[in-house]
Design a protein around this ligand. Structure first.
Ligand SMILES: NC(=O)c1ccc[n+]([C@@H]2O[C@H](COP(=O)([O-])OP(=O)(O)OC[C@H]3O[C@@H](n4cnc5c(N)ncnc54)[C@H](O)[C@@H]3O)[C@@H](O)[C@H]2O)c1
Length: 415
């Protein structure tokens, strides 16, 4: 088994007591990818509710060690951390041993990176998920598993006829327009990321059918919220807001009329918990999860909302369309609503304001730390802030090494 130390030259990345080999005689909830955006919000919610949580994460995503520090500061008594890679079967076996429930959120998350390195993308997303499924099967007990898949498994939806107005595309079929895309759509894996997540999605469902494993799949649209270190490659709502705050220009690939439904993180955590609570009803099923038609916006419309929020124009320019980008994707969440009663509660306006405030606070902290270090802050058009790097991470702490290759310009909007 690998050491539980983080293996990076970043002594303040996480506190040593959480890295020490943990006593795992009592049950805990295992969150694979628990240091990430969704994982850290879920871990926080579970520990607030009094649950013990094991965060299993390789820290491959730049910036997520900040989420770990945030969790440690609030929940030291309930939090266990295993810095490890889902590709390592022995570490995964170790992690599931006393797990009472598992949320699998760990992934290579960017379409761009998957195009640059499809083998690593496959190994993490597809083979890594199979590792986890096998480790759970090896336990010989019914441990609920929730796997987070993506709308990308439906491909580019070219066959959905679209109309357009000044700011957005919308389906010509009024029923799709009113309800969104449901789970009866054929699967169409159009990128290495789509393939690796789609394979994992199908394996999770198959383990439910073949081995009776209580596994549920969420095919998620665009999730946004606090603790999201969005970049141009993934987490575009947070990326847009962060650029706006810094006065940095945003590149829109395509005409900006492409539409996505946004789901605020708190609503997603509600849905994840409901799926687990009602596992006997949800197991073996895939659900489309997103903000639905009420929370659908085009990129142009989101930019206008950001301008309203900060009371100043946002700088942006256009570049050519990217391969496979969906002009329209909005989740039809009726199946999950009917099963569990869940419904998205947070409007785009409200969620965006919360994320904006969190980013403001984060940048204020960064600026304060840099001031203490005697580093001059660089003023931006709307916001003075000295911490800036291409990954979207905070410069205050050394960053761990990332897996994968540097991001390239090609991207799509969705995750
Ligand atoms: N955020 C979205 O809008 C969205 C939409 C659809 C699907 N998803 C899926 O939800 C999940 C969580 O996404 P997120 O937005 O929180 O992303 P994130 O990048 O913040 O979290 C993923 C976590 O997985 C970890 N990780 C990466 N490779 C790993 C490996 N080999 N072993 C162990 N851990 C590893 C990363 O360090 C990171 O902490 C992912 O599976 C993603 O595909 C997210």
């Amino acid at each position: 088994m690998k050491s539980l130390s983080n293996g990076h030259d970043a002594p303040n990345a996480v506190q040593p007591e959480c890295l020490a080999p943990v006593i795992r005689s009592q049950d805990y909830v295992l969150i694979v990818g628990g240091a990430g955006f969704i994982g850290s919000n879920l871990a926080h919610r579970l520990m607030e509710q009094g649950r013990r949580v094991l965060v299993f994460d390789s820290l491959a995503r730049a910036g997520v060690e900040q989420n770990l520090r945030w969790l440690q500061a609030r929940h030291a008594g309930r939090l266990m951390v295993q810095i490890a890679d889902i590709r390592d079967r022995r570490d995964v076996d170790d992690a599931v041993r006393h797990a009472s429930a598992v949320y699998h959120l760990g992934a290579q998350v960017a379409v761009t990176t998957s195009i640059l390195d499809p083998v690593e993308d496959f190994e993490i997303n597809a083979a890594g998920t199979l590792n986890l499924l096998e480790a759970l099967r090896g336990q010989g007990k019914r441990i609920p598993l929730l796997f987070t898949s993506t709308n990308k498994v439906y491909g580019d939806l070219q066959d959905v006829a679209l109309a357009q107005d000044a700011t957005r595309y919308y389906p010509a079929d009024p029923s799709i327009c009113a309800q969104g895309i449901d789970e009866t759509r054929s699967l169409a894996f159009h990128s290495p990321y789509g393939c690796s997540k789609g394979a994992a999605d199908q394996y999770a469902l198959d383990y439910a059918h073949t081995y009776g494993m209580p596994a549920t799949v969420f095919r998620m649209s665009c999730i946004y919220g606090v603790h999201q270190f969005g970049t141009e490659d993934q987490g575009w709502v947070a990326h847009f807001l962060r650029c706006a705050l810094r006065g940095e220009p945003i590149t829109i690939y395509g005409d900006g009329k492409q539409v996505r439904d946004l789901l605020f993180i708190d609503d997603l955590i509600d849905a994840l918990q409901l799926a687990h609570e009602q596992i006997e009803r949800t197991a073996g099923r895939a659900y489309n999860i997103g903000g639905g038609p009420d929370n659908a916006v085009s990129l142009l419309e989101l930019l206008a909302l950001i301008e309203q929020l900060q009371g100043a124009p946002v700088r942006y320019s256009f570049d050519s369309w990217r391969r496979g980008d969906q002009r329209y994707y909005v989740s039809n969440t009726h199946k999950f609503q009917q099963t569990t009663g869940w419904r998205a509660q947070v409007s785009v306006q409200e969620g965006l304001t919360k994320l904006y405030q969190w980013l403001l606070d984060l940048h204020a902290q960064d600026a304060g730390q840099l001031k203490e270090l005697g580093t001059a802050a660089q003023p931006a058009a709307h916001y003075a802030n000295g911490s800036s790097n291409a990954s979207g991470a905070n410069d205050a702490a050394p960053l761990p090494k990332r897996h994968g290759l540097p991001a390239q310009k090609e991207r799509t909007y969705g995750d």
